[in-house]
Every structure is written in structure tokens, then in C-alpha cells.
Design a binder for this molecule. Sequence first.
Ligand code: AMO
Length: 479
Amino acid sequence: MVHVLCLNPSIMTTWVPTAYRTHTLGELQTHGAELVGKDVTVIGFMEANRGKGAICFVDLRDGTGKTQVFLKADNIGEEALDTVQRMTRESTLQFTGTVALKRPPKVKEGEPTPPPAYEVLATSVNVIARAEAPLPLGVTDNVKVELDTRLDNRFLDLRRAHVNAMFRLRGKVLQYGREHLITEGFVETHTPKIVATATEGGADLFPMQYFDRPAFLNQSPQLFKQLCMSGGLERVFEIGPAFRAEKSDTYRHLAEFISFDIECSWANDDDVMGVLERMLHHIWKSVAEDEESQNLIDVINAFREEQGEELVEVIVPELPFPRVEYDDAIRIIKEKGGSIEWGDDIDAENSDLLAQDLPQFYFLPRWPMSLKPFYIHQIEGEIGSTGEQLSRGFDLNFGRDEMTSGGQREHRIDVLIDNLRDMDLDPEEFEFYVAGFRHGVPPHAGWGLGVERILMKLTGAKNVRETVLFPRDLRRYCP
Ligand code: AMO
């Protein structure tokens, strides 16, 4: 089955020819009428070759589309023709030739005539790289391949249209997210990934050697983005790697993921929930409305249809997202027969019960302080139904899965130090962070969003690894 590849060249406003091609294959199709009779040089992967004797047809694919190349012994010479006829699939070939209107396919009566297509009548060929045969996995065949085989051969897996579309869409999602935050006055920052202390708890740290001292890979930009607030940057965001040595071997846990973080001064938990829902609304709306993203979703759906899987529907979520306070969430889960007690974390199975009525995005605000990290602000004077201190920490779920954690932060240095001690952490070890609170810090709030989990929801992927080029998990760190 042949899928149309993805990028729409009409959206590329500044196409610049390169040393290896004068035109992309997508461009040949969208601008074919203007190019008929002109000489072009194109390059791509050979999906298939057909024809024996004095002629041959090549299906050539690049990152923007596909084009048929027609070879005739009279034009190209017998030796070149023979080379192409014996070429292996997925080899890289460069052709020079003339653009021509392709003969229209025969259509049955009553069926619509397809739009005109264009081909290249080749006058020369250059074999850039011959692909070894057999391929470790088929690029265009409709054969089920195990995820491990795919990840071991990701370079080839990526040539499959729906996989390629996933990563182009990933880029779009980040673009829309950035775009939105910039309109709300956020500035993009980068914080260190090599750190001296834990951020999110000691157990999940990857140790490393930093010259002659021990160090760690950072679990989250948390402490540094807060220091930016102390420094008066007011509104920052970061899209960068976070590392967790989690022993969880599940469909949604990675050892390295991309954390999309914000931190916002003079703001509380409600304020940053607003930023989050507006950003996600913008992302979903843009995917639903931007032609290029729609094209990518269509490619993903074409594959899903072939596999007999449910098609992805991009449903733009309504604003505001529902909010179910922790207290109420526990009550609802209990009413629905879930096994949970006040003070327990809400795992995916119990979230399934909430998701019966809330299949999309919903916030879970006001968690017990005991379940949240030391940097979260408590809600003065507010206690839950069992008398425990409530916090300004929240989660955002999509159905059963957690997408985001966030909250207002503790900005009062004395309470912060107490919180550290209460959680058996040594304030001395956090001196670089606590110091940022000594000279006054704006009240502030923020959140961290798992990019891969968002992509899962948008594309219907069942495993978070599908959304990562080269995933790192309990078992895999190569390639
Ligand atoms: P938290 O630890 O909940 O919060 O992480 C935030 C979000 O990151 C994603 N995530 C993961 N994704 C894949 N694999 C993992 N192992 C993994 N761990 C987390 C989830 C999660 O909701 N500092 C806080 C955020 C904040 O308060 O600003 C933090 O890191 O989608």
C-alpha cells in the first residue's frame, strides 16, 4: 500500500535548491504544470522498480512526496537502464531528466478523475547508495513488525510514512506550544542537565562522574526555573530532556523524556492552570486547522485503517477544562467501586474510573501536601475531608494518564526549609536553591508537561516509545 508523504511544499515558502536536487518530489506534483518540459534533478529512495527490456519505471520518494521516473534505453543508455533494473529497494538514486505530464490512469465510469500527476523522463542516473538486501524491515509493505525490531532499526522504520509523520507532527506540536507561550509573554530558557542534587526525589537519579566529583543527570528543571523567578525573569519556559532512573517498565514511562516546563511570577496554581489549558487548546486547534498537520494525521490514519485500528480524531477540547478537586476525586473513585483511601496517590487504574465521565483533559487540583514535593505551597487554613493539610499542587490528566504536574511554589524561606526537613531532606544540600529565597522572591507557580504523553494522546499511540526517536527505558539505551 502506498501512502502519500507528508510535507506540503506549498507551505514551504522559501524552498532553496541544494547541491543534490533542483526540486523536491512534492514540488514536482504541486507545481508540475509550470515545470512540464523543464530539466530537473531529483533525488530520493527507490521504493520500487518495474518493467523489463528497454523500459523501466521507478517509484522515487523523498521527504516531501513521490514521483514516478520513466527510463528508456534510447534516452539513458542500456548500461544505466540495466543498473536501475537490478537496483535494490530503498537505494538512494539521483536522476536528471525532463518533467512530463503522466498518462492519466483509467477510471471506471462514474468515478472521479484524479488530479494531474507528473513524472520525470530520465536522461541520466547516479547511484548514490545501494541498499543492502534484505532490508531488516519493510518500508512500504503492510507487514506487522514488532516494536523492538522497529526501534533496533529506527533509521529504516522512520522511512515508513506514518512513523515519519509522527515525528513531523511532534515538531509541529512543540512549535504550537512555543508559539502560544510567546504570545503570553514567556521567554525560552535552558537550565543545566548536570546537577549536584536531586530535584524530584533521591531514588530515581542517574549518577554520573563530573570530573573528580559525583553528580547526577537532572530529573526536572524545577529548582532552576524557580531561581529564574528570584532573578526577575517573570515568565520562562523550557523544552528539554529530563532523566528518571525509574524502574517502571510500562507503556508510559521513559528513562529520558522531554519535559515542557513553565514558571510564572506573581501567580498561583489557578493562574498557571489557565496557561496550560490555553496552550493545549491552541495545540489541538492548530493541529485540527493547520493543513500540514492535518495531512500528517491523515497519513497516520491511513496506516491505522490498514491495521484495523480506530482512527484518530482531533477533538479540540473546550475551555475551561473540568476541575475535580482531589477530595472529590477520591469520593468519586470510591463511589465507582475503586480501592483507594484519602492520602493515596491516584494510579492509572483508579484514573480509569474518573475517565469514565472525563475521557479527555481534566485537572485534579488541591492535593494533600503529604503527596506533593517540598517546593509546593500549602493552602493556608485549608484541610481535606480527613483533616490533612491541602496544597496548591495539581495534576492534569487525559483520561487515565497523567500529562502534567504543577502548582504554586512555596516562596517563604522559613516554610521552605521546614518543608525540606519534614521530607527528610537536608537544607544544606539545597543551599544553592534556598539562597535564591533569601533576598525576596515573587510568589510563583508553574508546571511540567510530558511531551511524549501528549503526543500519545494526539496520535492514538498505545506506547510512549512510538513518539520518541530513540527511546531510553529500563532495557534500552542503544541505538
Ligand atoms: P512530574 O515528576 O510529575 O513533575 O513530571 C511532570 C510530567 O512529566 C512526565 N513524566 C514522564 N514521562 C515519561 N516518562 C517518565 N518517567 C516521566 N516522568 C514524568 C509526565 C508528568 O506529568 N517538577 C515537576 C513539575 C512542576 O511542578 O513544574 C515535575 O517534574 O507527563
